[in-house]
Write a protein that binds this ligand. Sequence first.
Ligand SMILES: [Zn+2]
Ligand SMILES: [Zn+2]
Ligand SMILES: [Zn+2]
Length: 313
Amino acid sequence: MENFAIATLLFMIMLPGKSPYAAVGGASPAENIRNGNFAYESNDKSKIPPGKWGFIWSHMSYNTRTAFVDTFRKDGQFFAPDKRMNAEQWLDVFRAYRRGIDHMLERDPMAMDIFPTRLKKRECKRCHNMFIPDPNRYSPFCPDCERKDVWKSYPCSNPRCNNTITLYNRNRARYLNKRLPEYCNACWQSTPCRSCGYMIAKWMYDEQDGLCRRCYRHQHGKRKKAAPIKSTHQTHMAAQPVRQSARLSNMHAPSATKATIQPKSVNSSPRNRISKNESNNTNIVLVFVILILIFIMLAPIYFAVSWYLSLRS
Ligand SMILES: [Zn+2]
Ligand SMILES: [Zn+2]
Ligand SMILES: [Zn+2]
């Protein structure tokens, strides 16, 4: 317990005031502690929380980051309570960090800032110059080398999106025998339909007036002599992913996971609420009928008993 407190305290000193298990992805800090759900990764390739916390984290020495990850993440070698690093081991880590300061400052003058305003500089794998990485996208190459590596570049198909889709020579194998992506990664972010709250990809939101497929058909397709309105959200759900998956097959993996549609809003859809009310009503009627039946069955017994009692008296 004490060693856990030491690790937490050190983390909160390095990332001023930030708790290692602060709420991430909807889970509470307590849940995160239990599940070893730590949002930071030690290697540069992986995702880290966006914004200033991610910047601070990226500037820490690699061994310090690794020590934190191993302590706070479920699969870390110091995660188990009896394996946690003690104060002496933490001192070693931070002494090494201090010895590395000059070298780190040489590579990046922002290395010792308490609140750095960008990610730590990275060495280009091709020309070996230092460059400032793009926080939204990992690249092993500096922007100059990146430009030389461009294979194709074209605008996103969403008319309301100004992004460009860029494909690189190094990833060409990924698109072998596949259709090239039509939409940029941002256009695959899930966005709730403005009418029913159903999660749809952003390109669909933009192209269909903020509506999911079903709501769009409902509002725009009425003159097409009533497309059978029996469609519950069940068919609605089934219909949508067809088009999605057709598009998905063109996309590379990371954006594909982003675009997975969450049907969680289905339960709260107005249609479902109505049917729930209806079933409540039928329940009330049923209870009423049963009560009347019981009364009808009990009445003769009551009369028989009272007749018997009157006979005896
Ligand atoms: Zn370069
Ligand atoms: Zn786009
Ligand atoms: Zn909708």
